[in-house]
Each structure stands twice: as C-alpha cells, then as structure tokens.
Design a protein around this ligand. Structure first.
Ligand code: HSE
Length: 403
C-alpha cells in the first residue's frame, strides 16, 4: 500500500481525492498496489465529510511521516505552498502540483532541490488543466528545437470570450458563470488580466528553451478592454478574438514571449477552440506543428493530471524524472520591439491621419467617425510609435495583433 497526502482541499484538492476514490482499482492496477490518501491538509473544518478524519491542520504531520512518499500541492499561491513544497522535497517526498504561479516563479529552484534529494517535482496540471502537454514536450517531442508555442491557455477568458462572441452575454455575467463552474482563480483578476496565461507560457518557454522566463518581465495584456464592438469588427474581418500566450524562438536562441488578445482567422484551428477548452500549438523543428486540445480548467480535469503525476512519481521513485531549467541568467527573453505582426486598429479620427501614419492593408467606411483598419506586418516598435502619433490627432480605441 502506497500512502500519499494532499495539501489543499479547494476545487482541485477535493477533485484529487475524488479521483483517488473513483478510480481506486484502476490506480492500483497502474502502480501495482493500492494507493491510500493518508492525510488532507487544510485549515478549514471538513470534519463532516466521510473522510473528515483524514484532515490535518499541521503540515509537520505530513512532513514527519515517512510512510507518505508523494504529496499533491494544490493550495495555490507562493507563500505556504512554496515553504511546504520545499520541505516535502527536502524530506524526500515527491511533490506534484497544479500551482502554475509557484512553478513559473520558483520552478527552477524547486526542481534543483528535487534533484538534490532524488525525488520528483511534477507539474503536468499547471498548464492546460487535463491536457497532456508537459510530458509530451519533455518526452515525445524531446528531439525537437521548438520554433514556436502558441496557445489558448486560460479557460476562464476563453469561456468569457465565447459567451461574448456567440451569445452576446456581458463580460460580468460570463465571468460569474466561469466562477460558478470552478474555472476561475480565487481572485479572477489573474485570469482576466492575463497573468494566469502568462505563468503558463512562461512554464512552456522554460521547458522549451531551457532557462527561466520570469512572468514579471513577460509582456501581458488581458481581455478587460475588449468590447462587443471589437468582437463584431473581428467577425466582419473573418476573425474571432482569442487571448493567446505565445513564444517565438529567434535564430540566436533568444525568444519573444507574451500574452495578448489576438484576432485569429476563422480557418485557424485555434479559432474553433471554445468555452473552457484550451489548445496549445507547438511547432517543433522536426515534427512541424503539433496541437494539444482539451479541457483547460475544472475540478476533475485538473485533478486527473495531478493524480497522473503522483502515479508517475510512485512508479519512478527509484529512477527520478530528469526535469530542469536554468535560473534565468541566460536572459533569453527578447523585447517585443522587433516582433512583426499585422494589426487590427479601431481608430476615431480622420482618414488622412490613418493613411499617413499606418501601412494600411484595409480600411472600413467610418461609423460615427470610427474606422477599422488592418495594417500590413510591421515591427511592434513601429506600431507603438504609430499609436502615439494617432493618439495625438484622434483616439486609438483598440489595437490587437492579427495572426
Ligand atoms: N483559472 C484557470 C483557467 C484554471 O481558467 O484556465 C486552470 O489553470
């Protein structure tokens, strides 16, 4: 009998317990013996649950129990979760997590500690919920250099945008529904301002390029400024609006990385990704484009990935998985100035100003003085300079890259 523990009994934590209960037989077949959840750590009172007797409030109970060899960290945040993860690893216990904030900010350090103590730190659930993406990148695609990673990495914002595009639901109502469904973060600001997607593109870039991409230095824009007018304009241009996390490798080994809403042509496979679903396109230099698709958030989908890592850790306890990236000292993140994109611009002002300032590819007839412009591909710095000039003579109401 293998004994494990779960730290945190929120949406994902309770899902992890449920998956262990629901699939006990299958899990025992997979690892060759039954797996028992010995403890659940949470400060709140869950004594009325059928497994209420398993709850502990003191972390050291888990830390000091040699029977517990694998621990799920599903608390979130970088405070107690960081301290407890570190101490579990130092105590010789593998840790499996869905905590993308912790992996993105401290992953390099925690992976090093895991290596020093001969245990695993695994985080399949930190990107794409139930979608297998970390392991495929580490194993199936290991022979590739990654040219580009581009994905819909946040279920909450994709759910909100889908509701706005198809059902005319307001932003606020759609967000509330995403919270009820258990997709959103505790503080949904992280979803709607793009921080959650930013942590995820950083983790994927860490893996792809081998050095830390710090979420604090990666350009990040969310969906709060998108209006139903932009949604309708995008439709007229044969596009939909999606929040993308993207990283693009340059010849010198540096990479652009950022999160921003984009107009995507409807024929693109990413355009068809709706509701809470995520999709991640990985362009390997040997495979070409490979796409991963599935439920990017939600209790059981995310728990499935945490439990799978726990089973993998049990099976690989004497032969640990080698996962590692640098501490960021290679400074691989390249400023966006030279990244070339076509742009959608919604501008209130005069036609001649647009035509003299922007390299126009198409221009709509004005509606109440507002023009919809598509530009040809220009470097980001050129677009930024043009926006400044346009704002001096009118108002740039919206500007988004077109992919
Ligand atoms: N809040 C996240 C999302 C949960 O909506 O995608 C999964 O990471």
């Amino acid at each position: 009998m293998v004994k494990v523990a779960i730290m945190g009994h929120g949406t994902v934590g309770s899902g992890v317990y449920e998956v262990f209960e629901m699939n006990a037989e299958k899990i025992a077949r997979t690892v060759g013996e039954p797996v028992e959840v010995k403890y659940v750590l949470d400060l709140r009172d869950f004594s009325s649950l059928p497994y209420g007797h398993k709850f502990v409030t003191d972390f050291s109970v888990i830390e000091n129990d040699p029977e517990v060899t694998v621990v799920a960290e599903v608390m979130g945040g970088v405070g107690a979760a960081y301290q407890f993860t570190k101490r579990c690893l130092e105590a010789g216990k593998s840790v499996c997590t869905s905590n993308k904030e912790l992996v993105a900010t401290k992953g390099d350090e925690l992976l090093k500690i895991a290596e020093e103590h001969g245990v695993n730190y695994m985080f399949e659930a930190s990107v794409g919920g139930g979608i297998p993406i970390i392991r495929p990148m580490l194993q199936c695609l290991a022979a590739n250099e990654f040219n580009q990673i581009c994905g819909i990495l946040n279920g909450t914002t994709n759910y909100i945008l889908t509701q706005m595009i198809h059902n005319g639901v307001t932003f606020e109502d759609a967000l509330r529904q995403a919270q009820v469904n258990g997709y959103a973060e505790k503080d949904p600001t992280a979803d709607i301002e793009g921080h959650d997607a930013c942590r995820k593109i950083c983790i994927l870039s860490d893996l792809a390029y081998g050095d830390k991409f710090d979420p604090d230095t990666v350009s990040c824009e969310g969906i709060t400024k998108i209006t139903l007018e932009d949604v309708a304009n995008a439709d007229k241009l044969g596009c939909v609006i999606k929040l993308l996390g993207r990283s693009v490798r340059c010849e010198d080994g540096t990479a652009y990385a950022y999160v921003a809403p984009h107009l995507i042509h409807k024929e693109s496979p990413l355009a068809a990704v709706e509701d809470v679903f995520n999709a991640i396109m990985v362009d390997g230099n040997a495979t070409g484009e490979v796409m991963f698709y599935g439920k990017g958030a939600g209790k059981l989908a995310t728990a499935s990935a945490v439990v799978a890592d726990m089973l993998d850790s049990i099976e690989h306890k004497d032969n640990r998985r080698r996962i590692m990236w640098g501490d960021g000292s290679k400074k691989l993140l390249r400023p966006l100035d030279t990244l070339r994109s076509a742009w959608y611009v919604r501008f209130k002002g005069a036609r001649e100003d647009i035509e003299s300032i922007l390299p126009v590819e198409s221009l709509s007839e004005p509606v109440e003085g507002v023009f919809v412009v598509q530009t040809s591909k220009i470097p980001t710095a050129e677009m930024d300079a043009a926006a400044e000039k346009l704002n001096a003579v009118g108002k740039v109401c919206a500007a988004m890259r077109i992919l």
